[in-house]
Design a protein around this ligand. Structure first.
Ligand code: ADP
Length: 446
């Protein structure tokens, strides 16, 4: 086992990894920008190293600074968290070249899944159901029109190098194709430095269902059920639950098995998430994330596992402790993402937290790196806390969420807490009756 690991991240996810490492008796190294000298992850780690100025490009995304921090502190492995360098295959290659260990999959797997066309091709070959679409890149309008006729409108045009919900254009009919296609390509080029786009059938009212998988890198893998993350704003998840309100045991087993077998057959190592759109009982693969997800705690809650400890164990070359027979769903879990944002426009609201009180009690988990007097810097993501509740069933989880939100106090900055209080009063939310467009149309109405 490693004696010391470095966490190449900040905020709640850095703390999450530090907690797992501490319980495993592993020393931790935090890295931070000059804007984060007072951050909680810096205080909680055994050692901390400043790696640059506030701008992420010069600190949390600086590969030389992070590798140097490892060399200076003697850390043997790097946990990337999510975001920043977590899906950067070049980073993984450099880590390996320095005889360090990356806590995550291989550079090759990250690369395959990072290119959406290659990812889709690979998944199709592995027997994972995909959205009908172009076989690969579509580089001319003629070809786009021809394929669109075959698949049928509406069509979504997506950037192969896209991510974070950006780089997608919808064409409802042939008359919209020319504009949508040209804009999609030029936006893909300016946003991601790669103009390549591909076509997919646009699904009207799907849910976003994702399957958590975990592999040992040696041909064994398990699935840990699904998460329903359909409540999204601008393709960003805001509320997630597990199990999915519309997924039963048989459906879970069938899709779970397909996913676990797919990743096992490529010797995938560590945690991964296979994302699907789900409509009329059919799953359609959209992408695979080769890292820990923000919403992983709801899976941990219902399966009673610690995914981060398992990631560290597998990266250290120890056998995976998860076995499919032992993984049984227990109850229901919900996560809400609390952002420092001002409603109704969700504009970022950095600043000083004048008062903070965390909720507690049975089945309540708050993953956060804020504290009384903390100043939220303006340079990073606006997520300040994840409130996760776990209870025996969905109605009990909703009641617990309402109760826990009532206890949570974050003063001094605007937050998205009022949004969740309102959502919990909505009939559709209470019934689990929503799809990926529900939240945006509700926000438009309210
Ligand atoms: P990203 O990597 O940018 O997050 P995804 O491929 O995961 O992109 O898609 C993000 C979101 O875009 C999905 O959750 C869904 O809301 C929407 N989307 C993607 N593909 C389709 C499709 N074929 N039909 C309808 N909506 C889609």
């Amino acid at each position: 086992m490693f004696e010391k690991i470095l966490i190449a991240n900040r905020g709640e996810i850095a703390l999450r990894v530090i907690r797992a490492a501490k319980e495993m008796g592993i020393q931790t190294v935090a890295v931070h920008s000059t804007a984060d000298s007072d951050a909680m992850h810096v205080r909680m780690a055994d050692e901390a190293i400043c790696i640059g100025p506030p701008s992420s490009n010069k600190s949390y995304l600086s590969i030389p600074a992070i590798i140097s921090a490892c060399e200076v502190t003697g850390a043997q492995a790097i946990h990337p968290g999510y975001g920043f360098l977590s899906e950067n295959s070049k980073f993984v290659q450099i880590i390996e070249d320095h005889d360090l260990k990356f806590i995550g999959p291989t550079a090759q797997h990250i690369q395959i899944m990072g290119d959406k066309i290659t990812a889709k091709e690979t998944m199709r070959e592995l027997g994972v159901p995909c959205v009908p679409g172009s076989p690969g890149e579509v580089d001319t309008l003629e070809l786009a029109n021809q394929i669109a006729e075959e698949i049928g409108y509406p069509i979504i045009i997506k950037a192969t190098a896209g991510g974070g919900g950006r780089g997608m254009k919808v064409a409802a009919s042939k008359s919209e194709m020319s504009d949508a296609f040209t804009t999609a390509r030029s936006e893909a080029n300016s946003n991601f430095g790669n103009p390549a786009v591909y076509l997919e059938k646009y699904l009207g009212t799907p849910r976003h269902i994702e399957i958590q998988v975990f592999g040992d890198g040696a041909g064994n893998a398990v699935y840990l059920g699904e998460r329903d993350c359909s409540l999204q704003r601008r393709h960003q998840k805001v509320f997630e639950e597990a199990p999915g309100p519309t997924i039963d045991t048989v459906v879970r087993q069938n899709i779970g098995k397909v996913c676990a077998e797919a990743v096992a057959s490529i010797n995938y190592a560590g945690a991964g998430t296979i994302e699907f759109l789900y409509e009329n009982g059919e799953f359609y693969f959209i992408e695979m994330n080769t890292r820990l997800q923000v919403e992983h705690p709801i899976t941990e809650a219902i399966y009673g596992v610690d995914l981060v400890k398992e990631q560290i164990r597998v990266a250290a070359g120890l056998p995976m402790q998860l076995t499919q027979e032992k993984l049984k769903v227990n109850g229901h879990a919900i996560e809400v993402r609390i952002n420092a944002e001002k409603l109704p426009n969700f504009s970022p609201c950095p600043g000083k937290i004048t008062q903070f009180h965390a909720p507690g009690g049975l089945g309540v988990r708050l993953d956060s790196a804020i504290y009384d007097g903390y100043i939220i810097p303006p340079y990073y993501d606006s997520l300040i806390a994840k409130l996760i509740v776990h209870a025996e069933d969905r109605p009990a989880a909703l009641s617990r969420l309402k109760r826990a939100l009532g206890e949570l106090i974050v003063d001094g900055v605007d937050t998205t807490i009022p949004l969740f209080n309102s959502l919990l009063g909505e009939e559709d939310i209470i019934k689990g009756n929503y799809n990926i467009h529900w939240l945006e149309s509700w926000l438009d109405k309210s």
